[in-house]
Design a binder for this molecule. Structure first.
Ligand SMILES: [Zn+2]
Length: 90
């Protein structure tokens, strides 16, 4: 398997549960549905779609499941690398 961001989906207005950034679309292997996990492009945090397709905080079980998912971890690292690009190294 590998990272797949081929499907861009327009969503209702979303707010990241960690950083508060707004967004209105996702990229992934398919359109998201309730219970789908999403990584915030701005901070790399895990968000989960609720039944109304709004973001909620993940449960502990969801956090552990994603921690074991190699593709999610690769995607998170890629997001954090992009966000840190250009930041002077200490
Ligand atoms: Zn965020």
């Amino acid at each position: 398997m590998g990272l797949n961001f081929d499907t861009e989906s327009v969503t209702p207005a979303l707010v990241c549960v960690e950083c508060g950034h707004g967004m209105d679309r996702t990229s992934g292997p398919c359109a998201p549905g309730p219970g789908a996990c999403a990584l915030c492009f701005f901070c790399g945090s895990l968000n989960v779609f609720d039944a109304d397709m709004r973001f909620r905080r993940p449960t502990d079980a969801e956090v552990f499941a994603v921690a074991r998912d190699e593709d999610f971890q690769r995607a998170r690292r890629a997001i954090l690398e992009v966000q840190n690009y250009g930041t002077p190294k200490a």
